[in-house]
Write a protein that binds this ligand. Structure first.
Ligand code: ATP
Ligand code: MG
Length: 269
């Protein structure tokens, strides 16, 4: 089993590392639609950055720029201190950027092991090393304290929404991702399953991964965030540590792009 528990702590001891990912002045237009305008965002390792914003604010477009699905029209994406050009999801994956979508992430007809190794199967002497893959899948789920899955040979179609989400997250851990992006991971989940997924998100950050979570749900936002970034009509109106914000401020920022109470608190935005 690969462990990444120590990731981040060594770096922390050294002088001020930059963020894992930095977006600088990103623009993205679709014809006349300005989906993103001049967006700056730092995404540090070991923290959960929640991306909040109303419908159509540009959240999905922003993460698609990071995932290599859209190319920004202007601005820079800086990864581990170096500018990168992400031409495809493959480029993003090669850097260690994994995106977990609500429903598209897994193949229903395949089992958990097959899903976790899809496209990256382990082969030994020319044949699939099923035993090794099964052990690695089981170890990874166990290391994340995912205990409700009975067998890694279960087809994914038979899993609950929360279990599916857990398997998709475990997959990113198995592949040693450095940044995991989740678009509304709890949108379709019940209370107990939401709890499981939020805990898993916390655990990813505690292992030193950078996590970006899109969420509309203020309960989830404040349960899981270290930092909150608010997009309004394609502009980043605030990026703050969670301690400087409360629900009312975030809702004001989401709806009007400003909050007098935040201004009173004296921060920049
Ligand atoms: N492929 C596209 N072609 C044209 N316009 C697009 C495209 N994708 C997104 N947009 C537009 O860009 C804007 C931002 O869309 P985006 O999907 O990022 O919103 P969002 O913040 O994810 O909203 P939601 O919370 O509803 O998912 C919207 O006005 C949308 O119509
Ligand atoms: Mg969206």
């Amino acid at each position: 089993m690969r462990r990444s528990d120590d990731a981040g702590t060594e770096e922390d001891a050294m002088t001020e590392p930059g963020p894992l990912l930095r977006l600088e002045k990103i623009d993205k237009n679709f014809g006349p639609v300005h989906a993103l305008t001049n967006v700056d965002l730092d995404v540090p390792a070991g923290q959960v950055t929640v991306l909040a914003g109303d419908n159509g604010a540009g959240k999905s477009v922003l993460i698609k720029c990071i995932a290599g699905i859209h190319r920004p029209d202007a601005g820079r994406i800086i990864w581990e201190g170096r500018p990168v050009d992400l031409r495809s999801p493959r480029d993003a994956a090669a850097l260690g950027i994994e995106t977990v979508y609500q429903d598209l992430a897994l193949c229903d007809n395949l089992d958990i092991v097959q899903n976790m190794f899809l496209g990256r199967e382990r082969v030994r002497h020319g044949i699939l090393d099923e035993e090794q893959m099964e052990i690695a899948a089981r170890d990874t789920l166990r290391s994340l304290a995912v205990t409700t899955v009975q067998s890694v040979r279960q087809p994914v179609a038979s899993l609950s929404g929360g279990q599916r989400q857990s398997v998709a997250i475990a997959k990113s851990v198995l592949w040693n991702s450095k940044l995991v992006i989740m678009d509304e991971p709890t949108a379709a989940l019940g209370v107990a399953q939401t709890e499981v997924v939020l805990e898993l998100i916390r655990r990813l950050a505690d292992r030193g991964l950078a996590v970006i979570v899109i969420s509309h749900n203020m309960n989830d936002v404040f349960r899981v965030a270290d930092r909150i970034a608010v997009l309004t009509l394609g502009r980043m109106v605030a990026v703050r540590p969670v301690a400087e914000l409360d629900r009312k401020i975030v809702v004001e920022l989401m709806t009007s792009g400003r909050s007098d109470r935040l201004a009173e608190a004296g921060g920049r935005s």
